[in-house]
Design a protein around this ligand. Sequence first.
Ligand code: SAM
Ligand code: SF4
Length: 468
Amino acid sequence: MLFKTTINGEKVEISEELLKKYDRAGPRYTSYPTAPIWTSDFGPKDFANALTPATIASADRRQRTNALSLYFHIPFCSKRCLFCGCSTIETSRDDIGTRYIKALAEEIRLVTAHLGAKRKVSQLHYGGGTPTFLSCTQLETLWESITARFAFTDDAEIGIEIDPRVTTSEQLKLLCNLGFNRISMGVQDFSEPVQNAIGRVEPFEHVQKAVKNARSCGFKSVNIDLIYGLPYQTKESFKAAIDKIIELSPDRIACFNFAYLPKMLPHQRKLPSEKLPSGNEKFGIFCRTIEQLCGAGYDFIGMDHFAKSDDELSAAARNGTLWRNFQGYTTKAGTDLIGFGLTSISDYAGSYAQNEKRLINYYRAIEAQKLATIKGWKLTEDDLAVRKIIRDLFCNAHADITNIPTPAEGWSASGGNHRTIELEQDGLIQINDNIIHITPLGRLFIRNIAMAFDKYLNTAENKFSRTI
Ligand SMILES: C[S@@+](CC[C@H](N)C(=O)[O-])C[C@H]1O[C@@H](n2cnc3c(N)ncnc32)[C@H](O)[C@@H]1O
Ligand code: SF4
């Protein structure tokens, strides 16, 4: 069997043999090293050291005065969708948000005490869970806690993930008035059998109304999240869903490969596994989606994003300034990221730090006036070099490997190793003068290409979803 698609105007053919060869478990590389490698040896004190200006080497100090990215994790959902891989707590208690935002305010105070002067923020994102689980009053109170300690740049991107099923017009209006200018809506699919199987039923008209509402409130950019690889999906059913998405005309679309991890996520065991599309069908769905969206004026960005050709994200992809963080692709390159709330991750001054994963432990740490870091990683020089290569591959489809760490297993003086030689033979990359270029075919295998540079891979391979 031969799969065909057209990526940003270039025709690509993929053999079934190639697909089989590269369909394996692998990271999505929102970080390098990946989270399963981080250790509990890195705790609150290490994160505090990373945050404190006096401990930062002078060469690095200039960057630390740059604007920040902030992430706030709101982990609550009134009902858990059966496919969900996010860090969520299913609850119907409205008052749970009140204690949570109080803890967030305290965490902001603790973190900013280490940062020193009131720092500027060029990017802020509320993710979840479902941030609009919070009431209007709670959203306002949280915003006051943030703006008391941080100042925003004039062009700051201020975004929120919402579930259109539970978000009211009042919340949208309020968010816009507070300064939120980007909104991302979870949709996943419009097909009824799929929606029933994943425990998330929502008619097209409802999403249409939410998009219209968001635009009339003044949100500058609307993103829609989709997932391919869900039970009952077929090429035809997903094509119909994409037609409806095109009708809604969002500025950006994230089309995620379904991460099916029933061993780690017990609620996913309730999905009808026998109705999951086969590997071939799933890949066919994605090929068709790329063709359909590129044909409708969207650019295929990175691994799983699409943006209208005149969107800033497309422009950044064209001029090589695209960036990627835990929240996805962005135009704000090089910013340090601080995560607040349960399970949230910071990427600051060459260290990763992740917060507590159990709510009670998070509250205990914050109420004891301690940072809630549970694990992390201080990147070595080698880690930093490989992270840059992987980030460049995911964002720009090329990377300079002159600074590949030595001695790395199997690397030859000419800048290749047995893994990259194979990738080149399979037509996924080309290497010229130590620059790796991902071919149009390779765009469908970026995770596999990045894996060739990951020296920790064997330690954590069973924790990841399938790459295809
Ligand atoms: C926090 S949710 C979005 C906001 C809101 N909770 C909602 O569902 O509408 C983030 C997105 O992650 C994606 N997602 C969740 N679980 C996933 C999984 N197992 N595999 C791939 N994508 C997933 C979905 O597209 C979802 O919209
Ligand atoms: S997909 Fe969104 S609404 Fe559904 S459980 Fe996950 S975070 Fe909650």
